[in-house]
Design a protein around this ligand. Structure first.
Ligand code: SF4
Ligand code: SF4
Length: 232
């Protein structure tokens, strides 16, 4: 389970400025439970984009956007619509957005931010990871998470140590920022690298009190109460 909330609308409109035809995908798993994705989230995105004058070239609900096999099967059924799309907007956690981005060669953007859950995270089989930073950057990094893939968590890369596409911290690992460069080149978005991002806002890693009451803290509290009952 990963928790998400919709990005500010102005931010979404801003990164879709140059795109006329948008393909929409919404996750029907965790995101549906968080009321960002699912049918309701998909319909909301469609009507708001149409109000902005965008055309929707197609859309689908993905049962679990983090499951690459399920997503690939669905994408395959919408090939023609995808050919007509300038970009794909995905309502899902960071893992779901990265899953889609890894399978297409057009820009993929996140409609949502994935929120921090105090170290608790979901389980999935793909290699994509999300550190729940609360301010998803996948729209500017070609759908590759800079935080989860770069040991220095750089939001502006690459660092000076990148060597022939390998990371200086772990030479067995590909440099995340070289991969981001290659992906942006493939998708015609290399100019994204000209924009410098402000430092990461680590305050977003501290959930506000009202969120603590509604997420896994509530489950932990319930478990503690049950354990107390057993001891009695
Ligand atoms: S930028 Fe990375 S850590 Fe932040 S929400 Fe997106 S995928 Fe997750
Ligand atoms: S070499 Fe690349 S992945 Fe490694 S720390 Fe530097 S920018 Fe990050």
């Amino acid at each position: 389970m990963l928790v998400s909330e919709r990005k500010p609308w102005d931010e979404i409109v801003n990164f879709l400025t140059q795109d006329e035809n948008i393909f929409l995908i919404a996750c029907n798993g965790c995101s549906e439970a968080c009321q960002t994705g699912g049918k309701k989230g998909l319909d909301e995105l469609q009507s708001k984009l149409e109000e902005e004058g965008k055309k929707i070239s197609g859309s689908f609900l993905a049962d679990f956007a983090c499951n690459k096999i399920l997503v690939a099967l669905k994408l395959n059924r919408y090939i023609q619509c995808l050919h007509n799309a300038d970009s794909i907007l995905v309502s899902a956690c960071g893992v779901g957005v990265q899953s889609v981005a890894s399978m297409v060669n057009i820009p993929v953007y996140p409609a949502d931010n994935t929120l921090y859950m105090g170290g608790f995270s979901g389980v999935w089989t793909g290699e994509e990871r999300c550190l729940q930073c609360g301010d998803c950057k996948l729209n500017s990094t070609g759908g590759i998470c800079p935080y989860a893939n770069c040991p220095k968590n750089l939001v502006n890369g690459a660092c000076g140590g990148s060597n022939k596409g390998k990371c200086e911290v772990d030479p067995e690992q590909d440099c995340a920022w070289t991969k981001i460069y290659d992906r942006l080149q493939e998708t015609g978005k290399i100019e994204n690298l000209r924009k410098l991002h402000p430092p990461r806002n680590w305050n977003l890693m501290q959930p506000p009190n009202e969120r603590k009451k509604t997420l896994f803290w509530a489950l932990e509290f319930e478990q503690e109460e049950k354990e107390k009952e057993v001891v009695k």
